[in-house]
Design a protein around this ligand. Structure first.
Ligand code: HEC
Length: 149
């Protein structure tokens, strides 16, 4: 009985693992095949220069101990909903970001509209050596409209 139980857990875990490997593979294919219009990148760049550059710098490298770099960090390349939330709500947890802490505060940028946030994040996710799927206006809208965290 116990053996059956453990086997079931192992099979379940195996299933979860291969599902997440598949998601990663799917994401990699999506990144390779995606088409991002130059308009989105140039609009995103303008928003970045106006609202983000002062803290995160022109090359996205940030300022040591003050503002984090936006280069290949877990959050920049990872889950889009979490990334969108940083722009809408700001960030002031002082928590470690990939092993470093930052003293400055990231102010909320919820005054930007959904398209502007989508464009600036698509720009960030595909600049400074980053390569990740684009962020759409609908994805930003969904996060903005979500009542609970
Ligand atoms: C006033 C300075 C400031 C401005 C302006 C600013 N940020 Fe930030 N940003 C920060 C700080 C500081 C953090 C880290 C906060 C913390 O550690 O609690 C941060 C965190 C982030 C993160 C999370 C990084 C990670 O890897 O976890 C992203 C993404 C980000 N900012 C993007 C942007 C974008 C895009 C803009 C422009 C729309 C912007 N920031 C504007 C200071 C700023």
């Amino acid at each position: 009985m116990r053996f059956v139980f453990i086997t079931t857990i192992l099979i379940t875990l195996g299933g979860i693992k291969s599902a997440s490997a598949q998601t990663q593979k799917g994401e990699a294919t999506a990144v390779k095949n995606q088409i991002i219009s130059s308009t989105v990148i140039s609009n995103g760049k303008k928003i970045y220069q106006q609202y983000c550059l002062t803290c995160h710098m022109a090359d996205g490298a940030g300022v040591p101990n003050m503002n984090p770099p936006l280069v290949k960090t877990t959050r920049v390349l990872g889950d889009k909903a979490k990334l969108i939330r940083v722009i809408l709500k700001g960030l002031n947890t002082g928590e470690e970001i990939d092993g470093e802490t930052y003293t400055n505060v990231m102010p909320p940028h919820n005054f930007l509209n959904d398209q502007q946030i989508a464009d600036v994040l698509t720009f960030v996710r595909n600049s400074f050596g980053n390569k990740a799927t684009k962020v759409t206006e609908a994805e930003v809208k969904a996060v903005r409209n979500k009542k609970t965290e």
